[in-house]
Design a binder for this molecule. Structure first.
Ligand SMILES: [Zn+2]
Length: 469
């Protein structure tokens, strides 16, 4: 099924078609490492991880690039308040971010590009913009983009340059000619880290690093740019202005995707509001897979309300689903070659894969895709109860693996887990033998020992089944 994506630039869903055959160049605004990774980051990066995984599943060759804003006002503020070096601060929080991303299974990024590794490209772009009359140098050595020279300003956000009049409501930054103008190069202030440039020592503005990085890797035009909704203006508008003024190629990015925000009990999540959730705090209360499930259980464009009740609910839902995946896997090992419900189970598996694909290809609707999985789980449980054979169960297990790989859920157990499961099967069979011999003391001892390991036994019509607590 063809993928349709909501494009913020055209404000409608469009059939997804890369610029160059099967190649997809994808960029997502990355982290400014200066504080703990919070749930807002987790939502954005899990959402785009699923996008990359699904595109790859559909056979596209995705190059997923993410920038790292390793020099910025907030890093400098932290430098001043802690007395630490800027790159020391960046190193600490970026390492923490990578750890959190790994735990949340965000594994699809190909390159993390650090802004300060692209100073040459940044300087080159700013020089080009000055030469073409799109940027000007202020007396202090800072350089600004002149928004009045770019006729496409506002095409992404709908904002107009004229709406912002100099001296009107907006406090005009000292050296700007027009309040909508934005900084490309910031002149060094005493004690600040700085790099050499034709305009004196300084550091790049926030917007220019993204275009320097993407034009370096992808050229003047690429397929897909993602980020959180709050970055749409002015950040993404500024990127378009810089790139299209510099290269003359339009559109700079074919598809712009924006993810919804994380709210906390209906309010915006903010450190100043005291409702700020670092991912590490959430990970102390919930398994990483539960948090990931919670985040993908909304369509990426929707907001998410982060409350303990909703997380608890996500935990229960996810455990139900995962239990089915595990049951299917366990049944597969002990089921006879064929069963009464094979035909129904095969039909349910086929339908689940098709419906899942339809949901995902409709603007990556993971919420709908997960609803499909609950129907699938019900059908699988019913088939197992009626009697399902090994071959049909193999197909069901493979289908769960396929969708799990796309969503980053139902992780395959660690190496050796299969053998452990096999051993538990043997122990359970030995207990059955003991019971048949009426050696109930031995049977109870085995049951209690398994219980101590978190394995519970259930008597069913078809004999004893075991599951993990
Ligand atoms: Zn960005």
């Amino acid at each position: 099924m063809a993928i349709r994506v909501y494009n913020s630039l055209t404000r409608r869903k469009e059939a997804f078609a890369p610029l160059h055959g099967n190649r997809v160049s994808m960029f997502v605004c990355g982290l400014t490492p200066q504080d703990e990774t919070h749930m807002g980051h987790a939502k954005t990066y899990v959402a785009f991880d699923v996008v990359a995984r699904y595109l790859r599943h559909k056979g596209f060759h995705v190059f997923y690039l993410q920038n790292v804003t390793d020099i910025e006002d907030r890093i400098i503020d932290k430098m001043k308040s802690t007395g630490r070096a800027w790159n020391d601060i960046v190193g600490q929080y970026f390492a923490e971010y990578l750890g959190v991303m790994a735990r949340l299974q965000c594994t699809s990024v190909d390159v993390y590009a650090f802004a300060t590794d692209y100073i040459d490209e940044i300087v080159e772009q700013i020089e080009g913009l000055i030469t073409k009359g799109h940027a000007y140098r202020a007396d202090d050595g800072s350089v600004y983009f002149d928004t009045t020279t770019f006729s496409g300003w506002g095409k992404l956000s709908g904002q107009k340059v004229e709406e912002l009049r100099p001296g009107a409501r907006v406090a005009v930054e000292e050296r700007k000619r027009h309040p909508a103008d934005f900084v490309l190069w910031r002149a060094q202030k005493p004690g600040e880290p700085a790099w050499d440039s034709p305009w004196g020592k300084g550091r790049p503005g926030w917007h220019i690093e993204d275009t320097a990085i993407t034009i370096r890797h992808f050229g003047p035009q690429y397929d897909l740019h993602g980020g959180a909704t709050e970055l749409l203006f002015p950040h993404h508008e500024a990127e378009i202005a810089q790139a299209e003024s510099y290269t003359g190629v339009t559109p700079f990015v074919k598809v712009w995707m924006h993810g919804g925000m994380v709210m906390v009990k209906g309010e915006e999540m903010h450190k100043s509001l005291g409702n700020y959730w670092p991912v590490t705090a959430a990970l102390k209360l919930y398994e990483p897979e539960v948090i990931r499930f919670f985040l993908v259980n909304v369509q990426y464009r929707g907001p998410i309300d982060f409350t303990p009740e909703l997380l608890d609910e996500a935990k229960r839902s996810y455990e139900r689903l995962r239990e089915t995946v595990r049951t299917v896997d366990a049944e597969r090992r002990r089921a006879p070659e064929s069963g009464k419900a094979d035909r129904e189970l095969r039909a349910a598996t086929k339908k689940a894969l098709a419906d899942f694909d339809a949901a995902m290809s409709d603007d990556f609707n993971t919420r709908e895709a997960i609803a499909v999985l609950f129907d699938f789980a019900r059908a699988a449980n019913k088939a197992i109860e009626t009697g399902a054979g090994r071959a049909a169960l193999d197909e069901t297990a493979a289908a769960f693996r396929t969708v799990g790989d796309i969503l980053g859920l139902f992780l395959t157990p660690a190496a050796g887990a299969d053998r452990v499961d096999g051993l538990v099967d043997v122990v359970v069979a030995l207990r059955e033998d003991a019971r048949k011999r009426k050696d109930f003391a031995a049977a109870d001892r085995i049951r209690d020992a398994l219980g101590a390991l978190g394995i519970v036994l259930e008597d069913t019509r078809d004999g004893v089944r075991w599951k993990r607590k």
